[in-house]
Design a protein around this ligand. Structure first.
Ligand code: DPM
Length: 318
C-alpha cells in the first residue's frame, strides 16, 4: 500500500531544516510510505517591519499551517515548539514533541568584540532582540546596555550584526546549531542571566485530533523526557496567559522522574522580577501540567499577578 502523509512547513531555511529532520525520521521508519513537504508563508514571515511583540497575535508563525491541517491540505505540521501557542485550535493536537536540543539563549557578538562576555560589554553597547523575555531579563541584569529591536530570519540578522548595526544579538543556541552557525556563539547564557522560552529547542508536530494513523506514525519522533518538561512549561505559560507579550522564562530539569521547573515573570522594563522553583514526581502529562500550573499560581501570589495586570493594562490582552 502506498500511503502518502503530507507535511506542512514554513519556508524559512530554519523551518525547512527542522521539517526535513522530522521527514527523514519518518522515512527511515516507514520506507514504503511517502512524506511530501508542502511549504507556506505565514503572517510572521510577511510582517517584518513591525516589532514582534507589537503585532500581538499569538500563533503568528503557525496559523496558516493550522488552517491547512484543518482543510486536510496537509496531515501534519512541524513547528518550533516555542512558536506554537499553548492553546490549540479545536480539532488539532500536539501529536509529538521531539528531543530537545540545547534550550538556552546565546550571545552572538560583532567580530570586534570577540572574546568578550555579555557582562563585560561597555555602557551603551547595542544588543539586538525582539523578544520581550530576552529584553526584560537583560535589562534587569545589565541596565547599562542599549537594546534595539531586530526582525527577519537568522541570515538577515547576522548580516545586520556584521555590518555594524548592533554590537551583539541574543539568539537561541538551537537555531544557530541547526543552521550550522554554532561557531558564532560567544557565550551560552546561564539561567541567572536568561531563562529560556517555553518549549525552546524542541519541535512540536501538530496533527488533527483523532487522526489515529498519523498519531501512530508520530510516535517515532516523540521524546518522552522532553515532552514531560515541555508539558510542564506550557502549562505554566498557559496558566499565566502569556503569549509573546509578557516576559516569561523557564528552566526545567528531569532527573529520573523528578521534574524541577523554574519560572520567571518580569515587568517590561525589567525592574520587577518574580522567580520561583518547584519539584514534583512526574510520570504523566497530567502530572507535568499540574507542576506547571502550581508554579504559576505560586508566582502569581508572589507578585507576578501585579506585573501581568500592569502589562495587560498597557498592551491589552490578545
Ligand atoms: C518566539 C520568540 C522568538 C522566536 C520569543 C522568545 C525570538 C524572537 C527574537 C516565541 N519565537 O524567545 O522569547 O529574539 O527576536 C524563534 C527562534 C527559534 C524558534 C529563533 C530564536 C529557534 C529555536 C527553537 C523565534 N523560534 O529564538 O533565536 O526552535 O527553539
Amino acid at each position: 500500500m502506498n500511503l502518502v502523509t503530507r507535511i506542512g512547513s514554513r519556508q524559512s531555511q530554519l523551518a525547512l531544516i527542522q521539517t526535513h529532520w522530522v521527514r527523514d525520521e519518518l522515512q527511515k521508519h516507514y520506507p514504503e510510505q511517502a512524506f511530501p513537504i508542502v511549504t507556506m508563508t505565514t503572517q510572521g514571515d510577511k510582517i517584518l517591519d513591525v516589532a514582534l511583540a507589537k503585532i500581538g497575535d499569538k500563533g503568528l508563525f503557525t496559523k496558516e499551517l493550522e488552517q491547512a491541517l484543518l482543510r486536510h491540505e496537509v496531515d501534519l505540521a512541524v513547528h518550533s515548539l516555542k512558536d506554537l501557542p499553548t492553546r490549540m485550535p479545536e480539532g488539532l493536537v500536539l501529536g509529538a514533541i521531539t528531543q530537545r536540543e540545547e534550550p538556552r539563549d546565546a550571545l552572538v557578538l560583532h567580530p570586534r568584540w570577540q572574546g568578550t562576555l555579555l557582562a563585560e560589554l561597555p555602557p551603551g553597547a547595542v544588543i539586538g532582540t525582539s523578544s520581550l523575555r530576552r529584553l526584560a531579563q537583560l535589562r534587569h541584569r545589565f541596565p547599562h546596555l542599549t537594546f534595539k529591536d531586530i526582525r527577519g530570519n537568522l541570515n538577515t540578522r547576522l548580516q545586520k550584526l556584521d555590518r555594524g548595526d548592533y554590537d551583539g544579538l541574543i539568539l537561541a543556541v538551537a537555531g544557530l546549531h541547526r543552521l550550522g552557525w554554532a561557531d558564532r556563539i560567544s557565550e551560552v547564557l546561564d539561567p541567572d542571566i536568561s531563562l529560556y522560552a517555553v518549549g525552546q529547542g524542541a519541535l512540536g508536530v501538530q496533527c488533527r485530533a483523532g487522526d489515529e494513523r498519523v498519531l501512530a506514525l508520530l510516535q517515532v519522533v516523540h521524546h518522552r523526557e522532553t515532552a514531560l518538561r515541555c508539558w510542564a512549561e506550557r502549562a505554566f505559560l498557559r496558566q499565566l496567559e502569556g503569549g509573546c507579550q509578557v516576559p516569561i522564562g523557564v528552566h526545567s530539569q528531569l532527573v529520573g522522574d523528578e521534574l524541577t521547573l523554574s519560572g520567571v515573570v518580569l515587568s517590561l522594563d525589567g525592574q520587577q522580577r518574580v522567580f520561583g522553583t518547584q519539584t514534583a514526581k512526574v510520570t504523566t502529562e497530567a502530572e507535568a501540567q499540574a507542576l506547571g500550573e502550581s508554579l504559576a499560581q505560586t508566582l502569581r501570589a508572589q507578585g507576578a499577578e501585579a506585573i501581568l495586570q500592569a502589562i495587560f493594562a498597557t498592551v491589552g490582552r490578545s
